[in-house]
Design a protein around this ligand. Structure first.
Ligand SMILES: [Zn+2]
Length: 120
């Protein structure tokens, strides 16, 4: 008796091994160590990513205060943060950044104006 040939490109379930993980958003098979989906960029939620992005709220807030918009990925990939909170924090940080940049430009303009008045 001869068994039907198996397809070589299909993942074979081996006892004790994990089934290939798939992206929760688009369903594309993922590498076991993948933190983000190659197709859509969604965090995989697999072991490594949770450890990397699941930080306490004080850590995320501190990073936002210190780094500003550069710390937004800690908000975007936080596994316990809702989508609306992520959007609110993102808009708030970007508005604050634009406001502070405008304030910086005005301050520099004011200082240059004062220096010009002193030299004339
Ligand atoms: Zn995906």
């Amino acid at each position: 008796m001869i068994d039907a040939p198996t397809k070589h490109n299909e993942p074979v379930a081996v006892a004790g091994s994990q089934a290939p993980t798939r992206c929760p958003r688009c369903g594309v098979p993922l590498a076991t160590a993948a933190v983000l989906c190659d197709n859509c960029g969604q965090p995989t939620g697999a072991g490594g990513s949770a450890g990397q992005w699941d930080r306490p709220i004080w850590f995320v807030a501190g990073m936002l205060v210190c780094l500003g918009p550069l710390a937004l990925p800690w908000v975007w990939f936080h596994p316990r943060c809702s989508r609306s909170i992520k959007g609110l924090v993102t808009v708030g940080v970007l508005l604050l950044t634009v406001g502070l940049c405008a304030l910086l430009v005005l301050t520099i303009w004011f200082l240059l104006h004062q220096i010009q008045q002193l030299t004339t």
